[in-house]
Ligand binder design. Structure first.
Ligand code: F6P
Length: 363
């Protein structure tokens, strides 16, 4: 009989639809092997803060959560144990390394493995925990789809679906009012959400971080459309997109947290109004893209990733990230992708398709 393992699961960084499906699949697969499954609350907090204990994950807790957005474990994007924010005695914020405490707690709790569900930040943390001897299996989550070596990250399909529906809806009002509408979508420094939702919603212009844009080219497109009797234009802009020679617009940084991006849609709308004399409005979709029920696709890949993570633990195949390539699930070493980003390939067929059908990419 194989050893009865005690396995912890956590969710880190921004939430994404599909997290609960991973938790369910991993928990049920583990329980069915006779293991004990526990949840770490709010990123790593249950291992760094005694007031937030580990949660014993039961079959009952897994009922009906595949279709639920968010994460039943909570998450944290100011929860890097190597750079944990704290307030000193004068009330000033700083960061400190709490990773030794975390490793000690992991051992005290007799945990055999950690299933870490997260994006680039979480996999970077995981790679540092691996160096400290924690056996980790990673599951790729982020609506941004920017983790290398995997075709998909869970949450991306749902974000694209929500953005596409929103852009579809904005299109009908844009047409009624002869307006230029500029819709800002998430994605950080990669243009996956913008490109896919822009293509699917038949936007006229899509601006992505991988292709710095030129306002003159956008104006040419607006004028071309007007010459064809189309007096409205739909522009989708990724939050990390930049004008040629320009910088990513940000909303500032909170200590211990990644910089918040945003503001580009408003800037583009204002500039286009000045250049064309036409009315341009901006809409920021924001966290709408991260909320609510996952799509069928995200549910399935999340369940597959959760069950595969448990198979990896059973095999003792640690320090691996579960990935999807060509609809096959497999595992790659986490340190191989730590600190790297998957950008939209400019020589890929999706960009070629956009250009072939006349979608303006701002260049
Ligand atoms: O990484 C996911 C993501 O939604 C990004 O697309 C976005 O830039 C960021 O998180 C927003 O994070 P927060 O919820 O902390 O503002």
């Amino acid at each position: 009989m194989s050893k009865k393992l005690r396995v912890a699961i956590n969710t880190g960084g921004g939430d994404a639809p599909g997290l609960n499906a991973v938790i369910r699949a991993a928990t049920l697969a583990g329980l069915n092997k006779g293991w004990e499954m526990v949840g770490i609350r709010n990123g790593y907090r249950s291992l760094t803060d005694e007031s937030t204990p580990l949660v014993t994950l039961t079959r009952d807790m897994m009922r009906g959560i595949t279709m639920m957005g968010g994460t039943i474990l909570g998450t944290a994007n100011r929860g890097n144990p190597f750079e944990m924010p704290y307030q000193d005695k004068d009330g000033n914020w700083d960061v400190r390394d709490e990773s030794d405490q975390l490793v000690a707690r992991f051992q005290e709790e007799n945990l055999d493995a950690l299933i870490a569900i997260g994006g680039d930040g979480s996999m970077y943390i995981a790679s540092k925990l691996i160096e400290k001897g924690i056996p980790v299996v990673g599951v790729p989550k982020t609506i941004d789809n920017d983790l290398p070596r995997t075709d998909y990250t869970l949450g991306f399909d749902t974000a694209v679906t929500i953005a596409t529906e929103a852009i579809d809806r904005i299109t009908t009002t844009a047409e009624s009012h002869d307006r230029i509408m500029v819709i800002e979508v998430m994605g950080r420094y990669a243009g996956w959400i913008a490109l896919h939702s822009g293509l699917a919603s038949t936007a006229d212009v899509v601006l992505i971080p991988e292709i710095p844009f030129d306002y003159e080219k956008i104006v040419e497109k607006i004028n071309l459309r007007a010459s064809r009797g189309r007096n409205y234009t739909m522009i989708v802009v990724a939050e990390g997109a930049t004008e040629k020679g320009g910088n990513v617009l940000t909303k500032g940084k909170v200590i211990g947290q990644a910089e918040q991006l945003g503001g580009i849609a408003e800037r583009v709308a204002k500039t286009l109004t000045e250049m064309t004399g036409r009315e341009a409005r901006s809409v920021v979709l924001g966290h709408l893209q991260r909320g609510g029920s996952p799509t069928n696709f995200d549910r399935i890949i999340s369940l597959r990733a959760g069950a595969e993570a448990v198979r990896a633990v059973e095999d003792g195949d640690f320090n691996k990230l579960i990935i999807f390539q060509g609809n096959k699930v497999s595992r790659i070493p986490i340190p191989e992708i730590a600190g790297q980003m998957k950008k939209v390939p400019l020589d890929g067929d999706t960009i070629a398709t956009a250009r072939d059908i006349g979608l303006n990419l701002g260049d």
